[in-house]
Design a protein around this ligand. Structure first.
Ligand SMILES: NC(=O)c1ccc[n+]([C@@H]2O[C@H](COP(=O)([O-])OP(=O)(O)OC[C@H]3O[C@@H](n4cnc5c(N)ncnc54)[C@H](OP(=O)(O)O)[C@@H]3O)[C@@H](O)[C@H]2O)c1
Length: 257
């Protein structure tokens, strides 16, 4: 059965907003979370125009208490079929070569990894009781193998991937499906800040369509573009020094600061 009640974090822009547009329709209830009120209201207005009922939540996913309260209240009123933990930030090596540093590392782990746990953990007991539901975690191909220019981003996304793999094995007997989504580059504000290599960059519409298609099929692992996912996985299978040498030739996630 198609999901009718869906929560999306990071819904005010990029992939989250595009997914809200794809899922919006008559009979669908959306909970849309982001920090920027006016961008969130724009996305909510478009979803309502498409026939959806929308509850916007102007929240920082890193705020565990606020997320817990909001998710529990939303789920009590509208039992959630699908939650997409998508909110994320990306830092990386600065254009002048300055490494990410501890502050950026901490911010990425707080939002990308802990933010996802703050979204999902509060509603797990209710999903388990209902014995149904679906969870999607938007990780990254950068979570498949550490990349030299974005150690904090890669760590946050690898952590998210491991969290999702663990949840999937644990929750399947309870009737809950878990998908880990590992995209390569796609065109959004996030990717526009990068100055480095962006091989096989997809359009936002394509990335959103591939994500939704994989989630509709309840696929455990959704990796795109396949060629980039394969390349990174092969690099990871090589002796570490060879993989490191290959990856040093590319400059990923170099952001002006
Ligand atoms: N674009 C890519 O090439 C790419 C590749 C692989 C994976 N990803 C992942 O895909 C996801 C979406 O990326 P995107 O490219 O669509 O990014 P984006 O255009 O920068 O949008 C990020 C979204 O996350 C929200 N967000 C950021 N921090 C938040 C916080 N603390 N609390 C609540 N919401 C927050 C932003 O909204 P507010 O600013 O309103 O809070 C925005 O809605 C991210 O997890 C990203 O890491 C992206």
């Amino acid at each position: 059965m198609a999901a009718r009640t869906i929560v999306i974090t990071g819904a005010s822009a990029g992939l989250g907003a595009a997914l809200a547009g794809l899922y919006a329709g008559p009979g669908v209830t959306l909970g849309l979370i982001g920090r920027d009120r006016s961008r969130l209201d724009d996305v909510a207005a478009k979803a309502r125009a498409a026939g959806a009922t929308v509850t916007p939540g102007c929240l920082d996913v890193g705020d565990a208490a606020a997320m817990g309260d909001w998710m529990l209240a939303f789920d009590a009123a509208n039992p959630i079929d699908l939650v997409i933990a998508n909110a994320g930030i990306s830092r990386g090596t600065a254009a002048d070569g300055t490494p990410e540093g501890l502050r950026n590392f901490t911010d990425q782990v707080r939002i990308n990894l802990l933010g996802a746990a703050n979204t999902i953990e509060p509603i797990l007991p209710a999903m388990r009781m209902r014995r149904r539901g679906q969870i999607a975690l938007i990780s990254s191909i950068a979570g498949l193998r550490g990349l030299p220019d974005s150690p904090g981003y890669c760590a946050s996304k690898a952590g998210l991937r491991a969290y999702g793999e663990a949840l999937r094995a644990a929750l399947r007997p309870d009737g809950i499906a878990v998908s880990v989504v590992s995209p390569g580059f796609f065109e959004t504000e996030m990717v526009k800040q990068f100055r480095g290599d962006r091989p096989f960059t997809l359009s936002l519409a394509r990335a959103a369509a591939l994500t939704k298609r994989g989630l509709d099929a309840k696929r455990s692992r959704i990796v795109f573009p396949a060629i980039l996912g394969l390349g990174v996985r092969i690099t990871d299978l090589l002796p570490a020094w060879i993989g490191d040498r290959i990856l040093r030739r590319f400059r990923f996630h170099i952001a002006p600061r």
